[in-house]
Design a protein around this ligand. Structure first.
Ligand code: NAD
Length: 450
């Protein structure tokens, strides 16, 4: 029991625990950083006696992180960070085998989603959590949002409904602090801090150099191509693929497509990024010029209306359009509807065909939403290993340092990023050199020249 809750009261089906546990163990084998940290933290116990409230996608990778927190001495309550993304078998396994109070079921409505978050905040007694882990900012905003109370939620298997913490009715003490794992969440936290509403320090774990490299470039690169292939079923070898945006994601997508034999063209608005693309051997041109040449178009700009109706009107029969950017605004989907005389939905799962007046067809994947999350599995466990490893290290650091930090958004200390990368390298059997004393002295001095 945690705060009077039995761990499985708010999950869909406790009977799925065994399947979930097998899937968690499978992912764990590809997560060497979290495995190493769990071993270390089970001795150091940085969260001994602390309550951690987490709001994360309930996936096998999250479960590996939650098990690490438990090994490090924390009591954990978990709510989903998206109403649709909960994997019910994983929720069941965490409740059954780890004693985690899980408030998550796949496919809940918006109201229940927020109620679950409030329950995760209130489940461990009226004091509220000592630390929080958020993914998108919904947990912290539920904790701090002004006004409103949430009605009690009835557990799905019957039983008595418990009153959650009313959002806005502030718990007697705020958490010491927490971590946020997404760019969107960090933006929301910064807005809270600017308005003076953020009452405790939060670490922006979404944007360290190691995470950007592994997540955006390698994780997004591979999984976007995975989503493209699953949805469209095309052979990429020999195809002309146009990547709009050569930022951290675009580089990974372009390199993966090239690795599969595609001829890759880049469109950019930043001359330095465009120069980088040219020097790496990619063709660089405007989207207007690329439109009649491309067979596959992938947007990864973070901007809006990148591929417009005008571009689409110039595209070849069978051209495929996919988006890797966070929001579904990069491809002008409404413009495509306006252009089309007929829409053939689901010609394959996640692929709609738009018929133009002259009989050409353009194929839109995942309705223009982020293709690697809609049509594939998102990031592989290796990527989440680094992202969650950085969060775990940052949270352990915060547990000992929160009182020195202002209630603001703080970067991950750079040595934590380097430590996470070092641990992953060690787990992969790669070793690097260290600077000698003479090298350090040379690099620190401006007096020494040629
Ligand atoms: N799919 C995923 O899993 C995933 C993962 C991480 C980030 N993202 C999202 O992908 C998007 C890009 O992220 P990033 O980290 O690569 O950003 P970034 O800033 O590193 O790169 C974006 C690039 O797009 C270029 N650009 C902007 N407008 C353009 C236009 N109209 N035409 C051509 N190029 C243009 C910019 O100059 C820049 O080089 C963001 O929306 C981000 O949230 C998605």
């Amino acid at each position: 029991m945690i705060g009077g809750f039995s761990p499985d009261e708010y999950i869909a089906d406790p009977g799925l625990a065994e399947v979930g546990d097998r899937r968690i163990q499978y992912s764990e084998r590809s997560m060497p950083l979290l495995t190493a940290l769990a071993r270390r933290f089970s001795v150091e116990r940085p969260f001994d006696g602390m309550a951690v409230a987490a709001c994360l996608h309930v996936t096998p990778e999250t479960a590996v992180l939650v098990r690490l927190l438990r090994a490090a001495g924390a009591r954990v309550t978990l709510a989903a960070s998206n109403p649709l993304s909960t994997q019910d078998d994983i929720a069941a396994a965490l409740a059954a085998t780890d004693g985690v109070a899980v408030f998550a079921r796949a496919g809940v409505d918006r109201r229940t989603y927020y109620e679950h978050i409030a329950l995760a905040l209130g489940a461990d007694g009226a004091q509220g959590p000592d630390l929080v882990i958020d993914d998108g900012g919904d947990l912290v905003s539920t904790l701090l949002a002004p006004g409103g109370t949430t009605p009690p939620v009835t557990p799905p298997h019957g039983g008595t409904a418990r009153p959650p913490i009313p959002p806005g009715a502030r718990p007697p003490k705020f958490p010491l602090g927490g971590c946020e794992g997404t760019t969107t969440g960090v933006l929301r936290l910064r807005r809270m801090a600017a308005e003076g509403a953020l009452a405790f320090p939060m670490i922006a774990a979404s944007d360290t150099p190691a995470k950007r490299l592994v997540d955006n470039t390698h994780g997004t690169g591979q999984s976007v191509i995975d989503g493209l292939l699953r949805a469209s079923g095309v052979l990429l070898a020999g195809k002309t693929v146009v990547v709009a945006g050569f930022g951290t994601c675009g580089v990974g997508i372009a390199e993966c497509a090239r690795g599969l034999g595609a001829r890759v063209l880049i469109t950019e608005v930043d001359p330095v990024r465009a120069l980088d693309a040219v020097l790496r051997g990619f063709g660089v041109l405007t989207l207007a010029d690329a439109a009649p040449l491309g067979e596959v178009f992938i947007t990864a700009t973070g901007s809006a209306e990148v591929i417009t109706g005008e571009h689409m009107a110039a595209m070849r029969d069978g051209a495929i359009l996919a988006n890797a950017g966070h929001f579904d605004v990069e491809i002008d989907v409404r413009g495509l509807h306006d252009l089309a005389v007929a829409v053939h939905p689901d010609v394959r799962p996640h692929t709609d065909a738009f018929e133009l007046p002259d009989g050409r067809r353009l194929l839109l994947l995942a309705e223009g939403r982020v293709v690697n999350l809609v049509a594939a599995d998102g990031h592989p466990p290796e990527v989440m290993d680094l992202a969650f490893g950085i969060e775990a290290l940052a949270l352990a650091w915060l547990a000992g340092n929160a009182e020195k930090l202002a209630p603001d958004v703080h970067p991950v200390p750079p040595d934590i990023d380097a430590e996470a990368a070092r641990l992953v390298l060690a787990a992969l059997g790669a070793e690097i050199d260290s600077l000698t004393a003479a090298q350090r002295a040379y690099l620190a001095s401006w007096r020494l020249g040629s």
